[in-house]
Design a protein around this ligand. Sequence first.
Ligand code: NAP
Length: 304
Amino acid sequence: MYDVAILGGGPSGLAAGVYAARSNLEVVIVERGLPGGQMQNTLEVENYPGFVEIIGPELSEKMHQHAMHFGVEWKQAEVKQLDMDGDVKTVYLSSGETIESRTIIIATGAQPRYLHVPGEKELSGRGVSYCATCDGAFFRNKKLAVIGGGDSAAEESVFLTKFASSVTIIHRRDEMRAQPILQDRAFKNEKIDFIWDSEVLEILGDAQVTGLRLRNRKTDDESTFDCDGVFIYVGFLPNSGYLDGSSLLDSEGYVMTDRDLATEIPGIFAAGDVRDTNLRQIITATSDGAVSAMSAYHYIEAHS
Ligand code: NAP
């Protein structure tokens, strides 16, 4: 039996592993893919302290080695279901195997909602981005498009004007869904303009993004929009399907926690992007990992 079962091997899970293992706890991380989670798909990271510039897969590998160094066990499998009641929790895996643990840290992350159009996957990290905070600085004096009409599209477009020569918000309807104050900031910004009623059919470019193929949903007209980069903000999806129906989730599927990152079920904690949180960055994920691991440690101490 483990002391801590960490679900997800992204930055929050790996940091939780380091902190829990250094507290002399028996720790396992369950991850369905490669170590690092979304970092694996990040070409360059330049806002994680200590690394002026590092590629995502390399940072993933370093964090993985770090956790393994302190004796964390790594299991590659998908979590199917949890039994969270009682002092011993059970994690059911896709392999048919089960894990028993005194505590669980839910750290399965979130993923941007994709447009699912040709060119999106191929040009990801080559002009297609889902994170202005991460990638905006790579687009100094460039022409950018932002897709979406929500708070993220409005807020991140304004942020991108710090770098870009122009930002065009392309939205599928003729009005934004974003909060009025965020819309106002976008409307008043001289570097931002709008293309309404339009959907992206294709992201164009070979080695780098060169433009978008658009369709006007009212007139059916197709057009090409030239740009150097496109930031897609059409929503986020938490990886919390295995918790469907549980009282731990809010209406969007994010795990609700208190300031110690404890959920309402004793012994169950959450960390990183799967939590309802405002900033989703590597540094906030690792910070969550540390807090959740120490909360798990204190829970175990109190229940020994
Ligand atoms: P969101 O509110 O779900 O908005 C997604 C936007 O993308 C909508 O405008 C939607 O269009 C559009 N969209 C969805 N699927 C699309 C598709 N396949 N093709 C083209 N457009 C598509 O997502 P979000 O802006 O990322 O915000 C997520 C949550 O975080 C929200 O609750 C938001 O309030 C919150 N948030 C808050 C702040 C803040 O308070 N400062 C900042 C960022 C995010 P339609 O409008 O036509 O549906």
